[in-house]
Write a protein that binds this ligand. Structure first.
Ligand code: SF4
Length: 348
């Protein structure tokens, strides 16, 4: 066990990535980077991280911003609930905790938007507590090195890997150990084509010896992906106004803005669209309509795929169109709509 963590840390000292958040132990910065890097590639998360710490150098600055500004800055990173929780928690730390980040795992995990992984990362990196992180990288490294077949997305698997990780952590330098195992998973023991031949562990790695590297980690069958069919109504009135509204209620894009849309069970034809009740309610009879994208745009979220059509509708002036077309870019929108707007402007 000791050997595992010593070897890993040795490897890390020679191979670690120079990342801006590695230079600090400020929990506010570490928290930002950890939240941003969930489900996001490091290269992409980096530019957001740098932008955030420039605009919001302290937790008080983040707390003071409006939710809309935070969402706008987050645009493109996806999983927007992370941004909303970040903002909520910043407010709580600023107003209830005097700007001081809590220092123990137990207190940190109580904060909104912070789960086991982030709480372990912050308490080990910033406060030297021996709390082992377990993320996708850690599951992969441990399942291969120890040859563990338990599915990583099962309740037993989650417990088993967490307990094992906890026995491995170097209690003298827990933050370094945690960063080491994550970097090792990301750079060396990679999902595809891990570098086994040149691996510091290849004399003791069970998966390598038993030739089971490709089958590990084991995952239970995937959750079924739900298909949804969205028809966005991009309305442009003669006086260059449109309709945009905020998505309310809990859901993927809460707090973001979007064009009115009609959801259907399957791909809609023009005929089906214009005879639907919502369309009739919303669109004045004097209008011309055309389909912007002949091929549906498939926007993939973790558990759903959105098959999307954008319909361009030129209408008479109406009291329902309240947003100036030129002002659209100031609203936080899902990336699906931001991409559409980019394409639309260039085609115009
Ligand atoms: S030998 Fe291969 S599978 Fe085992 S730890 Fe190294 S890179 Fe991962």
């Amino acid at each position: 066990m000791m050997r595992f963590s010593n070897t890993l840390i040795q490897w890390y000292l020679q191979n670690n990535r120079e990342l801006p958040w590695r230079k600090t132990k400020n929990p506010y910065f570490i928290w930002l980077s950890e939240i941003m890097l969930q489900q996001t590639r490091v290269a992409q998360g980096m530019s957001y991280y740098l932008k955030f710490i420039e605009v919001f150098p302290t937790v008080f600055d983040l707390a003071k911003a409006t939710e809309s500004t935070v969402l706008k800055m987050w645009q493109g990173l996806g999983y927007y609930s992370r941004a909303r929780n970040l903002h909520f928690t910043a407010n709580q730390i600023a107003s209830e905790l005097n700007g001081e980040f809590p220092s123990t795992y137990k207190e940190i995990i109580k904060l909104k938007g912070i789960g086991d992984y982030t709480a372990s990362a912050i308490s080990s990196i910033c406060f030297h507590k021996p709390t082992a992180v377990v993320d996708g990288n850690v599951y992969r490294v441990l399942s291969r090195y120890f040859g563990i077949q338990t599915p990583i997305n099962s309740a037993t698997g989650i417990k088993e890997f967490k307990a094992l990780a906890q026995t491995l952590i170097d209690t003298k330098q827990p933050g370094t150990y945690n960063q080491a195992i994550m970097d090792f998973g990301a750079l060396h023991c990679k999902p595809q084509n891990p570098l086994c031949e040149s691996c510091v562990f290849n004399d003791s790695c069970i998966a390598f010896q038993k030739k089971t590297v490709k089958t590990l980690p084991v995952k239970d069958k995937k959750i079924k992906v739900r298909k949804r069919y969205f028809n966005y109504l991009v309305i442009i009135s003669k006086d260059k106004k449109t309709i945009l509204s905020e998505r309310k209620g809990k859901g993927i894009w809460q707090g973001l803005f979007e064009f009115p849309f009609i959801e259907a069970e399957k791909k809609l034809s023009l005929e089906e669209l214009i005879t639907s009740t919502k369309f009739i309610d919303l669109i004045p009879t004097e209008s011309t309509i055309s389909l912007f994208n002949n091929k549906e745009i498939i926007h993939k979220l973790s558990h759903q795929h959105l098959y999307t059509q954008f319909w361009i509708i030129h209408t008479e002036n109406s009291s329902k169109t309240t947003i100036q077309w030129e002002e659209l870019e100031t609203y936080p929108v899902p990336i699906l709509i931001a991409n559409f707007l980019d394409n639309f402007q260039t085609k115009k």
